[in-house]
Design a protein. Structure first.
Length: 78
């Protein structure tokens, strides 16, 4: 399972953008993601990679770029 490709695929589905060349782009500042898309991302990560992130524990500043998301997910994948 390739975490990076899975995350980028999920982000592309949600944002409509290929973010593979924008790995440090802030997804919230650029309006590529919002609170609804964050929930969608979390659900997709749970379904596809089996990770469980509680929304109550979600800190947007730690999940605001593709690189940060990939790093967080790699730390959560069992």
């Amino acid at each position: 399972m390739d975490v990076k490709q899975t995350v980028l695929s999920i982000l592309k589905d949600i944002s409509g953008e290929d973010l593979s060349d924008q790995m440090d782009t802030n997804l919230y500042d650029t309006a590529l993601m919002d609170s609804m898309s964050t929930v969608q991302m979390m659900l997709q990560l749970q379904q596809q990679l089996g990770i469980d992130v509680q929304i109550s524990e979600f800190d947007r500043s730690q999940w605001d770029t593709p690189n940060k998301i990939i790093d967080k997910v790699k730390g959560l994948v069992k």
